[in-house]
Design a protein around this ligand. Sequence first.
Ligand code: NAP
Ligand code: MG
Length: 501
Amino acid sequence: MPTIFNHVFNTPVYEGEVSFSTGLFINGEFVDGSDGTTIDVVNPTNGKVITSVSEGTPKDVDLAVEAGEKAFETTWGLNYPGNKRGLLLNKLASLMEEHTDELAALEALGNGKAFNIARSRDVASAISCVRYFAGWADKISGRAIETIEERFTYTRHEPIGVVGQIIPWNFPLLMFAWKIAPALATGNTVVLKPSEFTPLTAIRMCHLAKEAGFPPGVLNVVTGYGNTVGSAISSHMRIHKVAFTGSTIVGRKIMEAAAKSNLKNVTLELGGKSPNIIFNDANLEEAVSWSMLGIFYNHGQSCLAGSRIFVQEGIYDEFLKRFTEKSRSIKVGDPFAPDTFQGPQVSKIQYDRIMGYIHSGKKEGAKIHIGGERHGSEGYFIQPTIFLDTKPDMRIVKEEIFGPVSVVIKFKDEEDVVRQANDTLYGLAAAVFTKDVNRAITTAHKIKAGTLWANFYGVTSPNVPFGGFKQSGIGREMGEYALNNYTEVKAIHVNLGMKMM
Ligand code: NAP
Ligand code: MG
């Protein structure tokens, strides 16, 4: 029998210290990993260990898949009515609401994002996502298709079965919600792996799912490393769908594993190097504020970050002046301080990666306008950074940095900026700032990206599809589109008297 265990956080973090089981969640129970090993969870604000979680293994993935299959065949899937699935998801959303402060604190602790932002953005958006898909649970339907009078043909949108989901560390709770909500609403069971760096909210959500009354095996979370647990999920012969959010490099591995195992269906939500375009006639004040949010929100650790800021010649100097002031005013510091906007980067690895990019930018001849250094003396903080005088082939212009680092680039006209904006392997998002509605729309139509904002940046909604062109991904999450990711269409033909020729 696996033992149930309990880790207590070793540092009180906010009033009402948290403690809960941090085992793997398999078949409705919290259990140790099959090797009995654990992974330390580190607080990026000070580099200290917060707690540890069980380290799963491929064997644990097998157990989770078994539990998922059993639940799918007995208590879930087509055996459990959609309206009841919706009720359970709504109950989960209500429990999330009750635990908003705790979930936000766990996000701030493990990821380093500001508690107040986690509370008002991450947790609130995760709740809306769960509620949105709860509403779909009893609205999944096929259709009757007219053929000939002696034939009756219809389609069913059936759940796939056990689906695998692998999520990153930048929005640990929100990505958890984006993944599990559509999968469960459509009647699938789930085996999910959170990031090794930020497993706490996913585990806490399992406690809430249990409390909400989800049958055992419907939701399974196996914490562990990508090259063991992650690859066991993506190559599993009895998982027929895998959804992944993270780096393009790992996305490629997921697709390879899927191809080499059972050709499982894949959705990938990968990186970006999104262009944010400011025309001469833009409302400057607005453009500056949204551009700041576009790149520095979540410390630059956002796949949709507006990391390439293109500014038209006529307003370049004024934009830069105001954007510099705005960026300098960003409050960097303790995620639990009430006015903090930017906390630490998530891990030492990410800190080093970002500093590596800053170094490469300098070496390749770009000019640091502001920032470029570590902030403070402990934790993984980096100053908001702006690079100028870049060239299109520099790494800081081409590659996803995933940190608080922007490049500001001057452009001549619409044709010039569209060409530069599309000169990237990525195609996740873009924005255009102009008072000319026609230009906003024509530019938006010319940019090859999955999401375009005109006169704002970074806002997503649960009912709107999200995903990438080019190497930013495959498929669309969210909205009605997401339902296709988790259903198989079956066509059924019934002979009503048709004779063989
Ligand atoms: P990552 O390696 O792609 O991690 C994402 C998830 O995939 C994690 O749960 C990870 O596990 C898992 N994983 C790693 N190797 C795997 C494998 N071979 N098979 C299956 N799953 C595997 O991303 P990262 O290391 O956290 O960040 C690296 C870079 O990725 C960032 O700098 C950024 O450019 C990009 N990124 C993009 C997004 C996005 O939203 N598009 C999010 C995060 C990162 P582990 O826990 O072991 O890492
Ligand atoms: Mg990794």
